[in-house]
Design a protein around this ligand. Structure first.
Ligand code: GTP
Ligand code: MG
Length: 536
C-alpha cells in the first residue's frame, strides 16, 4: 500500500468512548448513533418491554436483566466515509477499571450529561482523567425531552465545575414536552423534530434558517422569545469557535438532545465524522511513535471471555497505534520474546464478530489466540517500542468464593482462571492458617456479583460469595523476605498473603490499621498497587 492511501486510512479513523455518571444515557445514545450511522435498522432500548429489542451494546445477560452496563463494548462501523470504533463504557464506580482502560485506547470521548441533573460525581472524575491525558472531549447534554436545567446554566456549570471552555454547537429550543428541536450555530439552521413510535426509527426532521418567519410563527412565543435572546447572548458573549483548541482538549463542543427520542443525535454524529479527533502519535517508553510509522505496534487494553455463546473463547482487544496490522503477522511474544502469530483477528460489533484481513492505526482488533496475552502487553514488529499505558487501581472489596457442595470444582477452577485473566478481579492466598476458598479482590462489591453470575452461567459452577473482612491492601516492595514478614506483630484482623505472582501483600480491615502498621514498622515500603509492571 502506498504512503498516501495509508495516511488516508489513518485520517478516516474515529476512535472514541462514551463516558459519564451511571444512567446519564450512554448506552441509549450509543444505540442511536448506530441507528443514525446505518449500522442497525431498528434501535432497541435499555429496559426493553416485550416485543422490543435490547440494545446492541448491553449484550450481557446480566446487563439486560439489570438495565445497567457492566462491561465496555466495542462497536465498529463505517459512516460518512469514516471507520468508527465506538466504545460504550459502564458508568458505575465498581466497573471503573474497565472504563479507565478504555480511555487509554481512544482518541476522543463523548461525555454525556443528564440535562436535569447537571455534572455528577463520576462524570467529573472521568473528565479529570481525560484532561490529564489531553483527550478531546465532546459534550452531549442528554434527556432534553424531560424538564431540564436552563441551558445557559448547564454550559456555565460545565465551564465552572470542570474548568474547560465550552462552545455550544447546537442550542435547544424548549425542553421537556416542549422540546421542539435544536439550532445548529455553525451551519445556522434550525432542526425541528418529530417523535416516532417507540423511538426505534430515525426521527423525521425539518430544517430551516433562523429567519424563516413561517417556521418561527409555529413556535409558541414563550419558547421562541427566550430562545432568540439566548442565541443572541451566546453570539455576543460566547467563545468563538476554534477547532484546533477542541482537538487540543481546551474547548469542548456542546450538543443538546435526547438519545431516547433521537433528537440531536444525527448532528453529533455528523460533526464527529467531520471534525472528530484522528489517531495521533502515541507515547512509548522510548518516545512518541507516529501512527504512520512502518512498524506495527499496539497494546492490549481488555480481555473478555465467552462474549458470544457460539464462540466460547477468549478475546483480546488490541488498540492499533502504528503501522499496518495484517492477519497472520508475527510479533514478539512480550513474555517469552519468541515469535507469535496473530491469527484469527476479528472486527467487533457488540457481541458479533467478523474476521478481518487488515487494520489501521486507530482500529481496535479482537484477537483469538492460543497465546494468552495479558492486559498491558505491547504487540509490535519492533521490539524497541513499548507502551506503558494501563492504569491500575487498588482493590477495595474482598470476598472468598466458595463452591456450594463438592461437585463442580473443575468448572469453578476453569472459570476463575479465565475471569482472572480479564483483570477485573485478583486472587490472593493467605499465608497463615488454612484457606479453604480463593480470596478475591476487586475495585467494588458489584464486581463479585458479576463474577458469581458468570461462574454460574458461563462455566456451570455453583459459587457462593462470602465477604472477607478487609478493605485495604498494600504490596511489599519486591525482594522482601517471608521470614522477616512472619516475625512481625500485625495487629488484629491484619493478614499476610501472596498475589497471583507470589508477591507478598498485606490485608487490613480499615485505613486506621494501615496507618498503625506504617507507624510501627517504618522499615517496610508499601505500595497501593503491585509494583510489578502489568506485562512482565
Ligand atoms: N427521558 C429520557 N430518558 C433517557 C434518555 N436517554 C436514556 N434514558 C433513560 O435513562 C436510563 C439509563 O440509560 P442508559 O442508556 O442505560 O444509561 P447509561 O449511561 O448507559 O448507564 P450505565 O451504563 O449503567 O452507566 C434508561 O432508563 C434510559 O431509557 C433520554 O434522552 N431521555
Ligand atoms: Mg450503559
Amino acid at each position: 500500500m502506498d504512503a498516501t492511501s495509508f495516511t488516508n486510512e489513518i485520517a478516516r479513523r474515529r476512535t472514541f468512548a462514551i463516558i459519564s455518571h451511571p444512567d446519564a444515557g450512554k448506552t441509549t445514545l450509543t444505540e442511536k448513533l448506530l441507528l443514525y450511522g446505518g449500522a442497525i435498522q431498528l434501535a432497541g432500548s435499555v429496559r426493553s418491554r416485550r416485543n422490543q429489542k435490547n440494545t446492541t451494546s448491553d449484550w450481557m445477560e446480566l446487563e439486560k436483566e439489570r438495565g445497567i452496563s457492566i462491561s465496555s463494548t466495542l462497536l465498529q462501523f463505517e459512516y460518512g466515509g469514516c471507520v468508527i470504533n465506538l466504545l460504550d463504557t459502564p458508568g458505575h464506580k465498581d466497573f471503573s477499571e474497565d472504563t479507565y482502560r478504555v480511555l487509554t485506547a481512544v482518541d476522543s470521548v463523548v461525555m454525556v450529561i443528564d440535562a436535569a441533573k447537571g455534572i455528577e460525581e463520576r462524570t467529573r472524575k472521568l473528565f479529570e482523567i481525560c484532561r490529564l491525558r489531553g483527550i478531546p472531549i465532546f459534550t452531549f447534554m442528554n434527556k432534553m425531552d424531560r424538564p431540564a436545567q436552563d441551558p445557559l446554566a448547564l454550559v456555565d456549570e460545565l465551564e465552572k465545575v470542570l474548568g474547560i471552555n465550552a462552545f455550544p454547537i447546537t442550542w435547544p429550543l424548549g425542553s421537556g414536552v416542549e422540546f421542539k428541536g435544536v439550532y445548529d450555530r455553525l451551519k445556522k439552521n434550525l432542526h425541528l423534530f418529530e417523535r416516532t413510535a417507540h423511538n426505534a426509527h430515525r426521527a423525521p426532521e425539518k430544517v430551516s434558517g433562523i429567519h424563516d418567519s413561517h417556521l418561527l410563527a409555529r413556535i409558541p412565543p414563550h419558547i421562541r422569545e427566550p430562545w432568540l435572546e439566548e442565541l443572541e447572548m451566546l453570539n455576543v458573549a460566547g467563545e468563538t469557535f476554534d477547532e484546533a483548541a477542541v482537538l487540543a482538549g481546551q474547548i469542548t463542543p456542546v450538543f443538546f438532545g435526547s438519545g431516547m427520542t433521537n433528537f440531536g443525535v444525527q448532528l453529533l454524529l455528523d460533526y464527529f465524522v467531520q471534525h472528530g479527533a484522528t489517531p495521533q502519535p502515541r507515547q512509548s517508553t522510548n518516545g512518541p511513535v507516529p501512527p504512520d510509522s512502518k512498524d506495527f505496534s499496539g497494546f492490549v487494553f481488555k480481555v473478555q471471555a465467552n462474549m458470544n455463546p457460539r464462540h466460547r473463547d477468549r478475546l483480546t482487544f488490541v488498540r492499533v497505534c502504528s503501522g499496518l496490522f495484517e492477519k497472520d503477522m508475527v510479533v514478539n511474544d512480550p513474555e517469552s520474546g519468541k515469535p507469535v502469530r496473530l491469527s484469527y483477528p476479528q472486527k467487533l460489533f457488540g457481541q458479533d464478530r467478523e474476521s478481518l484481513e487488515v487494520a489501521y492505526p486507530g482500529d481496535i482488533v479482537g484477537l483469538v489466540t492460543h497465546k494468552a496475552f495479558r492486559i498491558g502487553d505491547t504487540l509490535t514488529s519492533n521490539p524497541a517500542i513499548r507502551y506503558d499505558e494501563i492504569p491500575r487501581f487498588p482493590p477495595e472489596a474482598f470476598a472468598f468464593v466458595r463452591n456450594n457442595g463438592a461437585s463442580k470444582q473443575k468448572q469453578m477452577r476453569a472459570g476463575l482462571t479465565q475471569l482472572l485473566e480479564e483483570g477485573v478481579i485478583q486472587s490472593f492466598e493467605l499465608l497463615d492458617g488454612i484457606q479453604t476458598a480463593p480470596l478475591l479482590g476487586a475495585v467494588g462489591q458489584l464486581q463479585f456479583e458479576v463474577v458469581a453470575y458468570r461462574l454460574e452461567t458461563e462455566y456451570g459452577a455453583n459459587p457462593r460469595m462470602e465477604p472477607a473482612p478487609f478493605t485495604q491492601i498494600r504490596w511489599f516492595a519486591p525482594g522482601v523476605l517471608k521470614e522477616d514478614l512472619i516475625k512481625l506483630y500485625l495487629g488484629s484482623g491484619v493478614r499476610l498473603a501472596t498475589d497471583i505472582r507470589g508477591q507478598f501483600v498485606i490485608l487490613f480491615p480499615d485505613k486506621w490499621s494501615v496507618d498503625y502498621f506504617v507507624k510501627e514498622h517504618p522499615g517496610f515500603e508499601l505500595h497501593t498497587v503491585s509494583p510489578h509492571a502489568l506485562a512482565n
